[in-house]
Design a protein around this ligand. Structure first.
Ligand code: NAD
Length: 332
């Protein structure tokens, strides 16, 4: 049965404030009972400007909530989420799920044991450009993804692989849905102590390949995804919220199809520009989290998805490290 869930918000920094506004707008799903943030100045500011109850202890807020929203720095995710699980509370955790794959796996097994629902904040799953291909039933064999952002000191404490690329790793894992066979990766730290730019080539057991580039030192922003399959080519612009689908068939099933003479005979090309829904992705992910709790269904982006993306990110980081060592050997 659907009911309004008492939600406690942990962390009211950059993203926490956005969550706060979204939760306030989701009045038929959530009752925001309060927040906790150890930063006194920030917490007073939120308390005074948003008139939301400020809790002075994690535990108090945890106990008063049905579900908790964890929008805190990644190193704190594990301990907060574990505490929530121990208290029997369902959890929404911002990405990445935790700092390490070991923590992520132990969170997953604790949640399973206690019957706790968990969702990870891979918000691109709710990007209207991605939602537009939901019915396409495509089996991509080659994927090219670019996620380029201008420099912002926020988030540079971790590699760009964990901060930005992980969104695309999750999308790629979701789309290909096959085990990873091989990973080749490179990355360079330019203005931080961790990689600011990285590229990974991921090969899957079914032969699919994904080539993913992420940068946080670009002059212009770009979030593009291109998928190639024997039946269709799809281009998604996550930033401009635009999707184009070019499908290829043996029969001219549409007047607008363009005839093409190929080595395999006549083929017909058709361009489709699906309608893009007017959706606030953060609001949508939180709404679906509430539905998963209320209707006892699996969250759209599960804890397991969070574990898989983090494990792949760590393999990429390891590969980058190995490549650096190998390169220095060559130079010597
Ligand atoms: P931020 O530094 O702006 O805010 C974090 C807040 O959490 C701070 O106010 C801090 O005082 C507070 N905090 C620290 N420990 C806490 C605790 N134990 N309990 C409650 N609050 C605590 O960081 P941010 O940019 O808002 O990022 C928060 C999380 O969201 C990170 O995990 C980050 O990776 C993720 N994030 C996700 C996306 C996305 O696209 N999904 C985008 C940005 C950030």
């Amino acid at each position: 049965m659907s009911e309004m869930l008492k939600i406690g918000l942990f962390g009211v920094g950059h993203l926490g404030k956005i969550h706060l506004r979204c939760i306030q707008e989701l009045q038929s799903h959530f009752q925001l009972i309060g927040f906790f943030d150890p930063d006194d100045e920030r917490a007073s500011d939120i308390e005074n400007n948003f008139h939301i109850k400020r809790f002075h202890s994690e535990q108090e807020l945890m106990i008063a909530s049905d579900v908790v929203d964890i929008v805190t720095p990644t190193p704190t995710h594990y301990q907060l989420a574990m505490k929530a699980i121990e208290n029997g509370k369902h959890i929404f955790i911002e990405k990445p799920i935790t700092s390490t794959p070991n923590e992520a796996r132990s969170l997953l097994s604790a949640a399973k044991e206690k019957g706790i629902k968990g969702q990870i904040g891979f918000v691109e799953r709710f990007n209207p450009a991605f939602l537009a291909i939901a019915d396409e039933n495509i089996e991509p064999m080659f994927i090219e993804a670019h996620r380029l952002a201008g420099f912002n000191p926020r988030g540079t404490d971790v590699s760009v692989v964990l901060d930005l690329m992980i969104h695309d790793l999750d999308i790629v894992l979701k789309l290909v849905n096959k085990p990873v066979k091989n990973v080749f990766a490179n990355g360079v730290a330019i203005v931080s102590s961790t990689e600011d730019i990285a590229n990974a080539r991921i090969e899957f057991e079914n032969g699919a390949v994904a080539n993913i580039t992420a940068s946080r030192i670009s002059l212009k922003n770009m979030r593009k995804f291109r998928l190639f399959s024997p039946k269709a080519y799809i281009s998604m612009d996550f930033l401009d919220k635009k999707t184009e689908i070019i499908s290829l068939s043996d029969v001219p099933n549409d007047n607008n199809a363009m005839e093409l003479e190929t080595a395999l005979g006549k083929k017909y090309l058709k361009l489709k520009m699906p309608e893009i829904a007017d959706i606030n992705a953060i609001k949508e992910e939180l709404k679906l989290f509430a539905n998963a709790v209320n209707y006892n269904s699996e969250p759209t982006v599960s804890l397991q998805d969070g574990v898989l993306a983090l494990e792949l990110a760590y393999i990429i980081l390891e590969e980058i490290k190995n490549n650096k060592t190998n390169n220095s050997n060559i130079l010597r």
